[in-house]
Design a protein around this ligand. Sequence first.
Ligand code: SF4
Length: 281
Amino acid sequence: MEIIRASDMGFCFGVRRAVEMAERAAAELGELTSLGSVVHNQQVVRRLAELGVQVVRTPADAHGRAVIVPSHGVAPEVMAEAARRGLRVIDATCPMVTRSQQWAKRLSRDGFTVIIFGNPDHPEVRGVLGWAQGKAMAFPDENALQSVLLPSRIAVLSQTTQTEGRFASFVGSLLDLHLKGIREMRVINTLCNATTSKQAATRELARKVDLMIVVGGRESANTRHLAEVASAEGVETHQVEEASQIDAAWLRGRARVGITAGASTPNEAIDAVAARLRELA
Ligand code: SF4
């Protein structure tokens, strides 16, 4: 059985930067907190916890300790609360997410209602909604557009980790369903290059193999989208968080198995999956 790795996978620059900032801060301060997981990967969160980084929900839970803002960013009210409490803030928001936040701020200030294509419960989307100062809505899919009443000036952004195809289709549906009531519409491409490049590499690999293993956390939106991209090519695809979750039955009769991994998946997890596949083969 041949095992082939995607040409681009694993840690993106935003995640690597956030993890390195958390490691440096832990070495300097001994202990600190993070406002939600620094990245959506349990192995990374466990390793950072061993270094002294404790996950909390709000600045109030930090009890005076320094807080690190995760790569997904937070709403400005959260930053303001941390400042009010006099906490030291280490901002590890990914620059690509900061760009979305700044667009949301600027567009809402210019009178647009910001429409975000993304999961309203995802920390990145919750943060970007906050930067639009209450003049924003988030939609997880096109179905949610059917019954909504939209204002006449709208600006559309995407969660950074969506796929190009799904974003294009969302914008198309928006026009199909609401063009009559729209006077002005702006579309800002806030998709992340690191994500689209991994999706392209996954698509290319999925066409060559007869089984795909996608390595990454269940909460990781970009990992889930990689699994969707691979499945869309018609190849059997399984998402695993760690090597122990690989079922030997998946490999029966397979000649070529592809591996890809989300942006928050560390190399150790990818190597462990490859080693487990070789063992089972
Ligand atoms: S996937 Fe893109 S937006 Fe998200 S952390 Fe990585 S580089 Fe930043």
